[in-house]
Write a protein that binds this ligand. Structure first.
Ligand SMILES: C[S@@+](CC[C@H](N)C(=O)[O-])C[C@H]1O[C@@H](n2cnc3c(N)ncnc32)[C@H](O)[C@@H]1O
Length: 270
C-alpha cells in the first residue's frame, strides 16, 4: 500500500494550558469474561483480577472476548488490512522508542506480532510486562511470548493502579476503544507510574488530512464498529490528563494524519 506523503512532526515542549480534568470516575464492570478462562500460570500472575469493563462486553465482545473473533482477527493479514498496511511501520515506530535493557509495560494485548517485537527490543537484559483486562487475551498473548523469558503477563485494568516498576509504557491502539471517562483514567494512571526520565508512547488514530481518501470510510467504520474512536480526530491525547505539564511531549503523524504517535518524557524538574 502506498504511503501518503502527508506526515508531520509536531513538537510540544512543554505543553501548557490544559485545564484540569475531572477526578477518577467508576465505570461499571461485569463480573467475568464470558469465555472459560484460566487466571494463573507460571508467567501470568493475577492478584485480585479485575472485572471486564462494560464497554468491552457491549461493544467489543466479538473482537476480544470471543475465541472465534480472536482466531479470525489475530492474523497478520487481518491486522495489516485493518491498519491499511501500516501495521509493521507503526509497531516498529513504537518499539524504537525503547532501549535494550529497559523495563517496559505494554498496556493491552494487540493482535499480530507487536508483543514479540517489543520483547526483542528490550532484549534478554530487559523486561516486558504485558497487561490486559481480558484473561482470554492474556492467554493468547502468552503463546506468542513463550520463547521470550524476559516477558511477564498480568490480567489487569489499565485504568487501575498497577504497582509496576517501569522505565517506559507503550499504549498501542487502546485509547480509541475506550469511553471518554476511561481514556482519562487510563492516561492519568499510566502517567502517574513514571518516574522522572520515564517515557510513555501512545500510538492511535488521529484526524486525517481533509482530503484523505480514506476519511469517509474510516468515519463509517467508527460509526458502526468503534464508537469511542472518532473523538480522537478532535481531541489531543494529552488533553486527557491533568499531568500533561509534568512531561515533554512530541507528536508525529503517519499515513496522511490517520495515525499518530505521541511520546511523553517525564521531566526531572517539576
Ligand atoms: C489494544 S486494543 C486494540 C488493538 C488493535 N486494534 C488490535 O488489533 O489488536 C485491544 C485490547 O485492549 C484490551 N483492553 C480494553 N480495555 C482495557 C483496559 N481498560 N485495560 C486493559 N486492557 C484493555 C482488550 O481486552 C483487548 O485485548
Amino acid at each position: 500500500m502506498a504511503v501518503l506523503p502527508l506526515e508531520g512532526i509536531i513538537r510540544h515542549v512543554p505543553i501548557e494550558g490544559y485545564s484540569r480534568m475531572s477526578g477518577y470516575g467508576n465505570s461499571p464492570a461485569v463480573a467475568s469474561n464470558s469465555e472459560p478462562t484460566t487466571s494463573t500460570d507460571t508467567c501470568c500472575s493475577v492478584v485480585d483480577p479485575p472485572g471486564i469493563p462494560e464497554y468491552l462486553h457491549s461493544t467489543y465482545h466479538w473482537a476480544y472476548l470471543s475465541r472465534i473473533g480472536q482466531r479470525l482477527l489475530d492474523r497478520p493479514i487481518v491486522v495489516a488490512t485493518i491498519l491499511w498496511g501500516n501495521d509493521q511501520r507503526l509497531m516498529k515506530a513504537a518499539a524504537a522508542e525503547f532501549n535494550p535493557g529497559q523495563k517496559i509495560l505494554q498496556v493491552a494485548c494487540v493482535y499480530g506480532d507487536f508483543s514479540p517485537i517489543l520483547a526483542r527490543q528490550v532484549g534478554s537484559e530487559g523486561r516486558l510486562t504485558v497487561i490486559d483486562v481480558a484473561p482470554i487475551q492474556i492467554e493468547n498473548c502468552r503463546r506468542k511470548l513463550v520463547s521470550y523469558p524476559q516477558t511477564k503477563l498480568r490480567v489487569a485494568d489499565a485504568a487501575a493502579p498497577l504497582a509496576e516498576d517501569v522505565d517506559g509504557i507503550c499504549c498501542f491502539f487502546l485509547l480509541h476503544e475506550v469511553p471518554e471517562e476511561y481514556k482519562t483514567r487510563i492516561v492519568d494512571n499510566l502517567l502517574g507510574m513514571l518516574a522522572p526520565g520515564g517515557k510513555i508512547v501512545f500510538v492511535d488514530y488521529h484526524r486525517p488530512h481533509a482530503l484523505h481518501p480514506l476519511k469517509g470510510i474510516m468515519a463509517l467504520v467508527f460509526r458502526w464498529l468503534e464508537p469511542f474512536a472518532r473523538i480522537l480526530w478532535d481531541r489531543e491525547i494529552v488533553s486527557y490528563t491533568s499531568r500533561a505539564n509534568e512531561f515533554d511531549w512530541e507528536k508525529c503523524t503517519y499515513f496522511g494524519g490517520l495515525y499518530q504517535k505521541v511520546v511523553g518524557v517525564r521531566r526531572h524538574t517539576p
